[in-house]
Design a protein around this ligand. Structure first.
Ligand SMILES: *Cc1c(COP(=O)(O)O)cnc(C)c1O
Length: 380
């Protein structure tokens, strides 16, 4: 019997607790576990960096939602990325990264990994030939992609990149943070590893920071689990519990995020203060057809370029009221931000620099008329 997505979100890894029948997995807020005899930890639990039942529940749930063999939950999305990078790459290796990756991902590769001898090339992931040209045969170990990308919402063809990666002997890693597993399951399209900042849609309530890796292959899962314990950037029990609490409603939240975003994208495309709306659900988006092929719907993230340049973009951000001026995304509340000066400031002067007139919206699940009215007054 295979269950549907929402059933898995609510039940996978979350069977009622054996002793009391507690319907919700308890927060095992413990660092260590009593052992019955030397060398006999109960059910393998000996120390909470190595294993914790609350974290295990979250990991099992995430593996089910992404259709992977194994999931590992980390202290943050970047902790997950770092662990992956240091498990797979050695000095002398090379990775291909998106030319509009999340700013923190770019910083990890450009300012940290490079010092350890791992080089990188940025390529437009929506252009398979550009990615192919960036691969260094024999040296490239990872093709890293986001789809949709942050913040320009480029769409990468996961199936095409996975055959390209596999022909080159590299892994295809997909950062699925923007889509969430409800809208897109990269492993089914050939990805080897899915990365999440669970801080965003999976947690969904802007109250916890976390990350995850989900893998298609059990052997890579074992290696990553070894490094998760060896490097130590684990997701804590309370954070895992909050994330599990959030993920139960992922499907219903995503549907409302998408409903609201579709209305707002349509409104913005008809507004004279907006020079360009970037939303994969719009038929004029260059990745629209690929997105339609691999995503259930088009998500809750919209970027737009303000007519009148950077100053206007900044004013719109400052004037919004229901849309909270803040970094991050994926929570129930709508957020607005200026990537050039906020989330993507670390990419300034690099190949990943974003347009100065860009505004990014994380469309929440509030009453859509209130969101439209707020944009109306902010666009002035
Ligand atoms: C936020 C984010 C990350 C980093 O995750 P943290 O939980 O903040 O460490 C990685 N990728 C994308 C696409 C993100 O939006």
């Amino acid at each position: 019997m295979t269950y549907g997505f929402d059933t898995l979100a609510i039940h996978a890894g979350q069977a009622p607790e054996a002793r009391t029948g507690a319907v919700v997995p308890p927060i095992y807020q413990t660092s260590t576990y009593a052992q019955d005899a030397v060398g006999s930890p109960r059910e393998g639990y000996e120390y909470s960096r190595s294993g914790n039942p609350t974290r295990d529940a979250l990991q099992e749930c995430l593996a089910a939602l992404e259709g992977g063999r194994r999931a590992l939950a980390f202290a943050s999305g970047l902790a997950a990325e770092d662990t992956l990078l240091r498990t797979v790459c050695r000095p002398g290796d090379h990775v291909v990264i998106p030319d509009d990756a999340y700013g923190g991902t770019y910083r990890l590769f450009a300012r940290v990994a490079e010092r350890w001898g791992v080089s990188w090339t940025a390529a437009k992931v929506s252009d398979v030939e550009a990615v192919r040209a960036a691969v260094e045969p024999g040296r490239t170990k990872i093709i890293w992609t986001e789809t949709p990308t942050n913040p320009l919402l480029g769409i990468a063809d996961i199936a095409a990149l996975s055959s390209l990666a596999h022909d080159a002997g590299a892994l295809l890693v997909v950062d699925n943070t923007f889509a969430s597993p409800y809208l897109q399951q990269p492993i089914a399209h050939g990805a080897d590893v899915v990365v999440h900042s669970t801080t965003k849609y999976i947690g969904g309530h802007s109250d916890v920071v976390g990350g995850a890796l989900i893998v298609a292959d059990a052997g890579l899962g074992d290696e990553l689990a070894y490094h998760q314990n060896a490097m130590g950037a684990i997701n804590g029990p309370f954070d895992a519990w909050l994330t599990l609490r959030g993920v139960k409603t992922l499907g219903v939240r995503m549907d409302r995020h998408c409903d609201n975003a579709e209305r707002i994208a349509d409104y913005l495309s008809r507004h004279s203060a907006v020079a360009q709306v970037i939303y994969p659900g719009l038929p004029d988006h260059p990745g629209h057809e690929t997105a339609a092929k691999q995503m259930r719907r088009f998500g809750g993230m919209i970027s737009f370029r303000a007519a009148g340049g950077e100053q206007r973009a900044v004013e719109i951000c400052n004037r919004a009221k229901v849309f909270v001026l803040a970094e991050s995304l994926g929570g129930v509340e709508s957020l607005i931000e200026h990537p050039g000066q906020m989330t993507h400031a670390s990419a300034a002067g690099s190949p990943l620099e974003v347009p100065a007139d860009l505004v990014r919206l994380s469309v929440g699940i509030e009453t859509v008329d209130d969101l439209l009215a707020d944009l109306e007054q902010a666009l002035g």
